[in-house]
Design a protein around this ligand. Structure first.
Ligand code: NCD
Ligand code: ZN
Length: 371
């Protein structure tokens, strides 16, 4: 039996759904799923109900997370058409600013160039006072994280360039996008990007089999797009799940919401790719630990590690063993070559062989005062 010990992972893109959608997930169930997946830090997205768009909403969300989380949690703030940059006084307490310019679940899409211009300008102005965490300014700002597909990507690249604001492009899925980001990096743009496991391991060829359980934004892309992601591995800074749980009943509706859970399957999938010699362990540690910590300026977690078992024979993924409240995965039935055995966070055993050992509230809320 081969057991590997690796650092606790960061998942820089999760939707823990609280407040407003607790029937899908909450800070306890979502962070329990994180630990079961070997993830000890999550960055939570702002498309909750209400969204995280004001200092008060951010503080309320931080209180919920502080009471319930079993791993460390950073919180994004959102720009909305109505509240615009209301979040600004709390900007340093967020892990970053999330801007949606492409359609997805929730109603946070920014509709005008006027507002986009204002958001980049005000974020950069605030950074003039406090700096950026990725530049080593501990009390500074995180990046501007954008959901920008297709033609929206060059819009965001340009605004980031014009204001010299670090841009992080979430869930890149297409050849055109990863190739454009490669050129932008070659030209010295301050841009980083992330790719999800579902875009690395599933394509439009899987879409019919999966139906709504394979529907998310960005949608599954073509095998050619997927090939371009693998070919441009060096351009990909971060693997992040976009863990976006919806119940199976919601997925069976005539208009199912887009999004799939991913926290528990990311590490087993990536380690299966290592067994298949498509990735190295160092590739995973760079993109799931080192790079997200640098991009978001996340604190180190001392005495924190994950033990994973590399399986001689692959085992089909089982929904029954999952901790996410929605209890399903688009990877159900897929043979995987690794499983998470145990997680130790700050010296304390928090997860072992399917059992959660951590107390609610033992996770830290990042960039907020302790407690
Ligand atoms: C996400 C969700 O459900 O919140 N859905 C998705 O398909 N990815 C929203 C998002 O990340 O775009
Ligand atoms: Zn998302």
């Amino acid at each position: 039996m081969t057991i590997l010990r690796i650092p606790g992972l960061v998942d820089a893109h999760v939707h823990l759904r609280e407040p407003g959608y607790e029937h899908k997930e909450d800070f306890y169930s979502g962070t329990a799923a994180a630990l079961a997946g070997g993830v000890t830090t999550v960055l939570d997205m702002p498309n909750t109900q209400p969204p995280t768009a004001t200092p008060e909403q951010l503080a309320a969300k931080a209180r919920l997370a502080a009471a319930k989380a079993v791993c460390d949690v950073g919180l994004f703030v959102a720009a909305t058409n109505d509240l615009a940059d209301a979040y600004l006084p709390a900007a340093t307490r967020a892990c970053g600013l999330k801007i949606y310019v492409s359609d997805t679940f929730g109603s946070l899409r920014i509709d005008t160039l006027d507002l986009m211009h204002r958001l980049f300008r005000t974020w950069a102005e605030r950074a003039r006072d406090v700096g950026y965490r990725s530049d080593g300014q501990a009390g500074g700002l995180g990046p501007v994280a954008v959901h920008a597909e297709e033609l929206m990507l060059p819009v965001c690249l340009n605004l980031s360039r014009l204001y010299d604001a670090p841009l992080h492009v979430v869930h890149v899925s297409r050849r055109s996008e990863i190739e454009l980001i490669r050129v932008a990096k070659e030209r010295g743009y301050r841009v980083t990007c992330e790719v999800t496991p579902h875009h690395l391991f599933l394509t439009t060829d899987d879409a019919a089999r999966l139906g709504p359980l394979g529907d998310m934004r960005p949608r599954l892309a073509t095998p050619d797009d997927q090939c371009a992601l693998w070919k441009n591995l060096a351009v990909i800074d971060v693997f992040a799940t976009d863990h976006a749980p919806h119940t199976q009943a919601e997925k069976a509706l005539p208009e199912p919401p887009p999004g799939v859970p991913g926290l528990e399957t990311m590490l087993p999938l990536l380690l299966t790719a290592v067994a298949d010699q498509r990735l190295t362990l160092d590739d995973i540690i760079a993109r799931c630990c080192v790079n997200p910590r640098r991009i978001y300026g996340l604190p180190e977690q001392p005495e924190t590690w994950v033990e994973v078992e590399i399986l001689e024979e692959p085992i089909a993924w089982r929904n029954e063993e999952m901790h996410t409240r929605v209890g399903w995965s688009p990877f159900a039935g897929i043979p995987l070559r690794a499983r998470v055995r145990s997680v130790t966070l700050r010296g304390a055993p928090v997860y072992a062989d399917g059992t959660l050992l951590a107390q609610p509230g033992s996770g830290h809320v990042l960039f907020h005062a302790a407690g």
